[in-house]
Design a binder for this molecule. Sequence first.
Ligand SMILES: Nc1ncnc2c1ncn2[C@@H]1O[C@H](COP(=O)(O)OP(=O)(O)O)[C@@H](O)[C@H]1O
Ligand SMILES: N[C@@H](CCOP(=O)(O)O)C(=O)O
Length: 323
Amino acid sequence: MQVDLPGQLPGATLLAPGREVAVTVPATSANLGPGFDSLGLALSLYDTVRVRTTDEPGITVQVAGEGADQVPLDSSHLVVRTILSTLADAGYTVRGLHLSAENVIPHGRGLGSSAAAIVSGVLAANALLPDADRLDAAQVLHACSALEGHPDNVAPALAGDLAISWETDGVFRSARAAVHPDVVPVVAIPATELSTERARGLLPATVPHRTAAANSGRAALLVHALTMDPAFLPEGTQDFLHQDFRAPAMPASAALIQALRSAGFAAAVSGAGPTVLCLANGASAAAAAEELMARQLQAAGENWRVLRLGVERDGARVEVHQR
Ligand SMILES: Nc1ncnc2c1ncn2[C@@H]1O[C@H](COP(=O)(O)OP(=O)(O)O)[C@@H](O)[C@H]1O
Ligand SMILES: N[C@@H](CCOP(=O)(O)O)C(=O)O
């Protein structure tokens, strides 16, 4: 499909045609229980986009895989939109652009697909820019977080491993921490979607101080459990800030989490849901969690995908091909 570019920016510098960039970005699981809008883990599932500046005016978009029959194939495509706005912020535009996307991260399931699309767009645009106008790593993190609205998915998507993120005076920042090698993420992904926007709408504006205090304790314990001592994962993944409020929008996820936690597993909603994340302590615990998930889902008549994943250690990758 080919469309015209939206209004060209007056005074913007035109990028040369023939620049080609490939970006690969991992899925992410945010919150991990009590780390609402601050903790996120990079996972071994990847989306790839290839972007080329062209001499022919307009935008062409090809999409394969997840969301191929749902996402728009024009300048409103999230990756294209992000590329154009990042270029525009730096004072640049293009005559034409071709994007081809291979999507593996499912959309609207709480595995960071929109964050991956935004990270792809910002990194692709940044690689297309002349050196002197590129954003540095801290600026990329802030730009991606501001577009996504929260930093907990984009930070691990960019840097890999576990990301602990926060905001100071309107600037998003993040620290990366190495996840203990025994931690094995297992996800159960439903067929149905729940948009993050809708799930955020279910949250209260305030919570009592004692709830916030209880949550702080678990979030602090979770960082220790994930990096130093996975035996604390079941207690460390207990959340008091978001899951109960969102449970009515994902009753099957809530029931599966309850079953896993009752059996001693560290289970939580992945991101804003409805995917369920279990952080198993070692390979045999991961196999037991997979079995329990499969049994519970079969008993409930639910047809979900259960996947054992790895922790992605390095985050997004960019390759530049000048033609
Ligand atoms: N690779 C992609 N290409 C284009 N749009 C995307 C892509 N990934 C996600 N999106 C957009 O983001 C929406 C999902 O975002 P969101 O509700 O935040 O869920 P998720 O938990 O998957 O990030 C999709 O419905 C789609 O509009
Ligand atoms: N902290 C956010 C995380 C959203 O993650 P997503 O993968 O569902 O986009 C939230 O809980 O709203």
